[in-house]
Design a protein around this ligand. Structure first.
Ligand code: SF4
Length: 315
């Protein structure tokens, strides 16, 4: 049976070889980001809910980890905002108890760090990685199309509050959208907010896959380098620059399932799949051809190459 909550491992530009856990239904999020690689949000909410029992998630995770595969991270992430799930705290606690050898990361848009309950539940995680793109409400709304109750000032205060108690690694993702959060004024605001949040690491990220809205463009390496210099503090890296390929990947997973599992969560080009799966380009191309002929996937040409994605009806 295809797992509902566990995906990958995928080769994450930010985390290396990462086994994902998805705690929320597809595209349930407090934001509807213009750059989202999973398409538009279908359920925009800030209300935490009991989407799936923690035990269902853990049953799938125990199966995935039965052979104790090499992983750089177990990551709460996926196609929505994980902190919306009431199972967040229980899943974090059980993973840390049963699988302490794996670093546990949480990718979050940060909007629920305003909630003391969410902040408490995140404390046992090894890495928490919230996103910050701007300190300006207008830019925040343009980039993230947030739930109407959300303001960026309150969210930044939530991040500061979390930092003051959190002893794990706080990595802040700054997602760069050229023309929107790259002006001198925007960068000055970010510099100040980053100083107050004081993360252990800042990761500059930019568009790498087809976005929800076609007007979003990727920043060039040169732009990212310039922003890194402009933010003017140590501990700023550009996502993907230090990625290493792990050749010992998933010996026991069937090749087509591995390709499917990766594409379920993120559109990819052949080169991504080669790196993620450890298969040859020819083998990946053969599987993609078969999946495309079977109507399971579609392809779309972008600047970085031809991206393959799972047809939504197959999710
Ligand atoms: S990028 Fe993340 S925060 Fe933004 S809409 Fe997609 S899932 Fe939500």
């Amino acid at each position: 049976m295809t797992p509902k909550h566990i995906f990958g491992p995928v080769l994450s530009r930010r985390l290396g070889l990462s086994l994902g856990i998805d705690l929320v239904p597809f595209k349930t999020c407090s934001y509807d980001c213009a750059y989202c690689e999973c398409g538009h949000t279908t359920s925009k909410t800030v209300t935490r809910q009991d989407f799936f029992p923690a035990e269902d998630v853990m049953a799938e995770l125990r199966t995935a980890l039965a052979t104790r595969p090499h992983l750089d991270s177990i990551t709460l992430a996926g196609s929505g905002e994980p902190t919306l799930a009431r199972s967040l705290g229980p899943v974090i606690a059980i993973v840390k108890r049963e699988f302490p050898e794996y670093p546990l990361s949480v990718l979050t848009n940060g909007s629920l760090l305003t909630d003391p309950g969410v902040r408490n539940e995140l404390l046992p995680a090894d890495r928490v990685i919230p996103t910050l793109t701007t300190t300006c409400q207008k830019t925040f709304e343009r980039i993230h199309n947030p739930h109407p109750s959300l303001t960026i000032d309150t969210i930044i205060r939530g991040m500061e509050e979390f930092r003051s108690r959190y002893r794990g690694a706080l990595w802040l993702e700054v997602f760069v959208v050229p023309g929107l959060n790259t002006t001198d004024e925007e960068l000055a605001g970010l510099r100040s907010a980053i100083g107050r949040i004081d993360p252990d690491l800042v990761q500059l990220n930019t568009l790498d896959r087809p976005p929800a809205e076609g007007w979003v463009e990727a920043a060039s390496e040169a732009e990212l380098e310039q922003i890194r210099r402009s933010l003017g503090r140590p501990g700023i890296e550009i996502a993907g620059q230090r990625l290493t390929v792990n050749p010992a990947l998933q010996a026991k997973t069937r090749s087509a399932d591995l390709v499917r599992a990766t594409l379920h969560r993120r559109p990819s080009i052949v080169e991504d799949l080669v790196r993620t799966t450890g298969m040859s380009g020819a083998e990946v191309a053969k599987i993609l051809g078969a999946l495309e002929r079977a109507g399971e996937i579609t392809s779309r040409r972008m600047e970085r190459g031809v991206f393959y994605s799972i047809n939504q009806g197959d999710l």
